[in-house]
Design a protein around this ligand. Structure first.
Ligand SMILES: C[S@@+](CC[C@H](N)C(=O)[O-])C[C@H]1O[C@@H](n2cnc3c(N)ncnc32)[C@H](O)[C@@H]1O
Length: 309
């Protein structure tokens, strides 16, 4: 304890706002490093959730809910309505690039509440949407009744061999077990079919977005590789980045934050504090305060690869 107090004093320096800013930075760095260490301990099976919980002053359930990938991947159901309200769609030019003009049938894998499904259906495509979580599927069916919505996962796709011309995965590839998902995707594609992956990434070069991210990552951080390799049996990947802006209200921005998996799985007190801090940012930042409509800048990152014949 004495040692910790000495470290705190050192970071605090002469106190004041400078001290608060330095502390905030160190807390974020510690939280980031703690997450990395926990991931290492779990991936090498060096510690149980019970032991990690004890080390973090939490229960086993609290620790596994906060840091387990599986718990995070299945967390979206708890915030399905916020997800539908707050998450952005995808730019049309990205959809043009991800789905070949010759495709007639498309599988939207990990379809969530149907943000991408909606755009595919609007193009007159035959769309099958696979989603493992019932609350997300309910939102999806209500939003896109024209789609053929099915319960299933990327590792066990409920489709016959060669059923679709293209598979698209929006904001979900990082949750899949790629070693099992890739052969499944290859199986359900027609020969020469296409796999397309897409992520909407907030553009941090805009100052208020960088500030928002600092607030979010003070609590935890999830690194997503938005330019992944794909590999056999697919050909080489191609990439496209699209810049665009999404107009949203203050309430929708709060829903966007509330529907992040790491926010859903936070302890309630931390989540309340985070939402309060985001509210404060909206009220105080020069580029945001008093504005009814906000514009979130995005870089949409697309990857596609064709199934080798
Ligand atoms: C961030 S959401 C993206 C939803 C939607 N594609 C969109 O663009 O809004 C991730 C979705 O992937 C789903 N998911 C997670 N693990 C999955 C898996 N192994 N197979 C299929 N879907 C999965 C989640 O249930 C969730 O709906």
């Amino acid at each position: 304890m004495l040692r910790s107090m000495k470290i705190v004093e050192e970071i605090e320096g002469s106190g004041g706002l400078g001290g608060v800013a330095r502390m905030t930075e160190v807390i974020a760095a510690l939280e980031y490093r703690r997450t990395e260490l926990i991931e290492q301990l779990r991936s090498q099976r060096l510690a149980s959730w019970e032991e990690i919980g004890q080390a973090c002053g939490m229960t086993r359930q609290g620790a596994s809910r906060r840091w387990s990938r599986q718990a995070q991947a299945t967390s979206f159901g708890d915030a399905a309505a916020a997800y539908r309200r707050g998450r952005p769609p995808y730019p049309e030019s990205a959809v043009d690039w991800l789905v070949p003009g010759t495709a007639r049938s498309v599988l939207d894998l990990g379809a969530g509440t149907g943000k991408l499904t909606q755009l595919l259906v609007a193009r007159g495509l035959d769309v099958i949407a696979v989603e493992p979580l019932a609350p997300m599927r309910e939102e999806l069916i209500a939003a896109v009744p024209q789609a053929d919505v099915r319960d299933g996962s990327a590792e066990a796709i409920p489709l016959e061999d060669g059923a679709v011309d293209a598979v698209v995965v929006a904001q979900a590839w990082h949750w899949f077990d790629a070693a099992k998902a890739l052969p499944e995707i290859a199986r359900v594609l027609t020969p020469g079919g296409t796999l397309g992956l897409v992520w909407n990434v907030r553009d941090h070069s805009v100052p208020w977005v960088a500030e928002l991210d600092r607030v979010l990552h003070r609590h935890t951080r999830v690194e997503i590789d938005s330019s992944p390799s794909i590999g056999t049996p697919f050909r080489e990947v191609e990439r496209l980045d699209v810049r665009w802006e999404h107009a949203l209200t203050r309430a929708e921005l709060l829903d966007l934050v509330a529907s992040r998996s790491y926010v859903i799985t936070m302890p309630a007190a931390d989540r309340d504090e985070l939402m309060h801090q985001v509210g404060e940012l909206l009220d105080s930042h020069l580029d945001l305060r008093g504005r009814k409509k906000l514009t979130m800048p995005y870089l949409t990152r697309c990857t596609r690869a064709q199934l080798a014949s």
